[in-house]
Design a protein around this ligand. Structure first.
Ligand SMILES: C[S@@+](CC[C@H](N)C(=O)[O-])C[C@H]1O[C@@H](n2cnc3c(N)ncnc32)[C@H](O)[C@@H]1O
Length: 212
C-alpha cells in the first residue's frame, strides 16, 4: 500500500460517513467522563495560551468541547465532508481541511496540539514523520495529547457508522510504543491515561510536551 493510497482511502471513507459519524459522536463526551477528564487535563496543561490545533477533528465536537473549557482551539481534518459538518455544527469555530502528514502550519505556531483517535489510521512507518511535524508546529513547552485504541493488531474496516462503505486501516497500539515514538521525535512524555481496561478495545491517552 502506498502512502497516497491510505490517505485517499481514509479521505473517501470519512467523506462517506461524515454525516452518520457526527450523529454517532455528537453526545459522546456527555457519556464519557474519562475522556472529559483527559480533555480537562489537556486544557489545564495548555494554560490559556493559544491557538491549539485539533488534528483529525472529525465533526468538531472535541474542538467545541475544548473551547467550552476556555481553550482557543481550531480543527483540521483530511475529509472535506467532515469539515463541512464541523463548520455547520459549530459556526464561529475555525475548521480547515488539512493533512497531519503534511501540516500546513508555521513552525512554533501552536500552543498545543491533540490527535484524538485520528492517528489510528496512520501506518506505523509514517508515525515518526507525523510526530516530527507535531513538534515542528508546537511552541517550546507546548503540550501534545494523543488518544488511540490499545492493542497489537491492525484491521481493515470496510463499513461503519450505519453500514456505510469504508476502507480504512485501524491501528491499535501499545501506549509504551506511542510514548517511545514521541520521545524519538523530541518530546518529553508526561502522563498516560488508560481507559476501558476490561472492554474489548481499551483506549489510551498519552500526554507529552515539546521541551522548553
Ligand atoms: C475516528 S475519527 C476521529 C474524529 C474525532 N477526533 C473524534 O474524536 O471523534 C478519525 C478522523 O481522523 C481524520 N484523519 C485521518 N487521517 C488524517 C490525516 N492524515 N490528517 C488529518 N485528519 C485525518 C479522519 O478524516 C477522521 O475525521
Amino acid at each position: 500500500m502506498g502512502a497516497d493510497d491510505w490517505l485517499a482511502d481514509t479521505r473517501t471513507s470519512y467523506d462517506t460517513v461524515a454525516e452518520s459519524y457526527a450523529g454517532f459522536v455528537r453526545d459522546a463526551l456527555t457519556r464519557m467522563p474519562d475522556l472529559r477528564a483527559g480533555l480537562a487535563l489537556f486544557a489545564d496543561l495548555v494554560g490559556g495560551d493559544g491557538p491549539v490545533v485539533d488534528v483529525g477533528c472529525g465533526p468538531g465536537h472535541v474542538t467545541a468541547h475544548l473551547r467550552g473549557l476556555g481553550v482557543d482551539a481550531f480543527g483540521i481534518d483530511l475529509s472535506p465532508a467532515m469539515i463541512d459538518v464541523a463548520r455547520r455544527e459549530h459556526p464561529g469555530i475555525r475548521f480547515e481541511v488539512g493533512d497531519m502528514t503534511d501540516l500546513d502550519l508555521p513552525d512554533a505556531s501552536a500552543a498545543g496540539l491533540l490527535a484524538f483517535w485520528s492517528l489510528i489510521h496512520v501506518p506505523d512507518g509514517e508515525v515518526p514523520a507525523v510526530f516530527d511535524g507535531f513538534r515542528r508546529v508546537l511552541r517550546p513547552g507546548a503540550p501534545v495529547l494523543v488518544g488511540f485504541h490499545v492493542g497489537d493488531v491492525s484491521r481493515l474496516k470496510t463499513q461503519g457508522y450505519g453500514g456505510h462503505p469504508m476502507r480504512v486501516h485501524v491501528h491499535r497500539r501499545r501506549p509504551d510504543r506511542v510514548a517511545d515514538w514521541l520521545r524519538d521525535a523530541g518530546f518529553t512524555v508526561q502522563t498516560q491515561l488508560l481507559l476501558d481496561l476490561d472492554q474489548e478495545v481499551p483506549g489510551a491517552i498519552v500526554f507529552a510536551r515539546r521541551p522548553a
